[in-house]
Ligand binder design. Sequence first.
Ligand SMILES: [Zn+2]
Length: 106
Amino acid sequence: MNKEEELKIIEDMQAVVEQMRLDDLEDNPDSGTELFECQCCGEEKPLAGSVVYDGIRVCNDCVLLAETGFALGKIKNISELMQNMEDRKLEAQCRFIRQDEIEHNN
Ligand SMILES: [Zn+2]
């Protein structure tokens, strides 16, 4: 798969996932303001556009990552995505801690 094909898939997925969000908002306008804690990114996100994979509810942003990951063959299931996110969260935490150390040393 070349870059152009990958980009096309990503664009398609963005449209599909955005449509899911719009459909949810149409069915239930409250879903745009009702929040839940996404089990993937750990953030409070609106219910609209969220999807349950393997019993795990993930937010619209994470759905896009998941669907793109599936389409590109980068991940096989939602736990792989969560694992990836966990790594990134750790990375962000490590940077934050290092920043903190630097500030304390000054
Ligand atoms: Zn999320």
